[in-house]
Design a protein around this ligand. Structure first.
Ligand code: SF4
Length: 243
């Protein structure tokens, strides 16, 4: 694990990949993602936040049973909590978040329920399968800031440690040939009380303050609202996952 580092300035898109090309490649990537059949035990459809061209990437764990029906990640109770955190910390609404931040996940399909209740945890092969999609997203987006949510998301970027040692700090991470800041967040689901009790409450507040202070996030806050469809907007419309 790297020691905490001050946020690095938001990087400009590579000159060799103009925004229009990157948008086209990302749209094609998301189109292919929606056809993925790599994991026989994962339930369809694939859930995606759509081809949002952004230097900030959220990495959730896996969708629950409601997200495939509603056609977007964090569409149910955990999402309500997650978006409230960003509303309170940065004045960023759920709509703004979905339009400006690329929403990835460790696995993009609902794993199904465990016989004993609760959602099944994806197995290592499923995580590796879906990891190939995430690597491509890191290459395409060249993010300046990645926000992994929950232990499974955090473990894709940082060593397995107690949340108390990770939340509220930022790390410089290299993956898929990219170098970026990682600010881990706890999972907002009601299943874990960690973020509602001390020291979790204070550490979560510190983590959100680091996110808001990061230059790439500040840049998102300054962006004008996307133009209406056909107006050549940067953030593309949400991908229809419930087709
Ligand atoms: S979990 Fe990921 S790799 Fe597996 S089938 Fe779904 S989209 Fe494909």
């Amino acid at each position: 694990m790297s020691p905490p580092t001050p946020p690095s300035p938001a990087k400009k898109p590579a000159a060799t990949a103009p925004a229009a090309d990157a948008a086209r490649l990302l749209a094609e990537h998301v189109r292919q993602l929606h056809t993925c059949q790599k994991c026989p035990n994962m339930l369809k459809p694939v859930v995606s936040g759509g081809p949002v061209l952004s230097r900030v990437m959220l990495v959730g764990q896996a969708p629950g049973d409601k997200e495939p029906i509603l056609g977007r990640p964090f569409a149910w109770t955990a999402g309500k909590t997650l978006f409230r955190w960003f509303q309170e910390a940065a004045g960023m609404s759920e709509t703004m978040f979905r339009q400006r931040i690329y929403m990835a996940a460790v696995c993009r399909c609902f794993p199904g329920k465990k016989p004993t209740g609760g959602d099944r945890v994806p197995d290592p092969e499923e995580i590796a399968n879906c990891g190939t999609w995430m690597r491509r997203e890191l290459e395409l987006l060249k993010p300046a800031l990645v926000l992994p949510v929950g232990k499974l998301g955090i473990q894709q970027f940082l060593p397995a440690e107690k949340l108390d040692l990770l939340i509220g700090r930022q790390f410089t991470v290299q993956k898929a040939g990219q170098t970026f800041t990682v600010i881990p967040l706890p999972h907002p689901s009601g299943a874990s009380p960690w973020h509602r009790m001390e020291p979790g409450k204070t550490l979560l507040r510190q983590a959100l303050a680091l996110v808001v202070a990061h230059p790439a996030f500040q840049e998102l806050l300054r962006e004008p609202d996307p133009a209406p469809p056909g107006g050549g907007q940067k953030a593309l419309p949400l991908w229809p996952t419930n087709r």
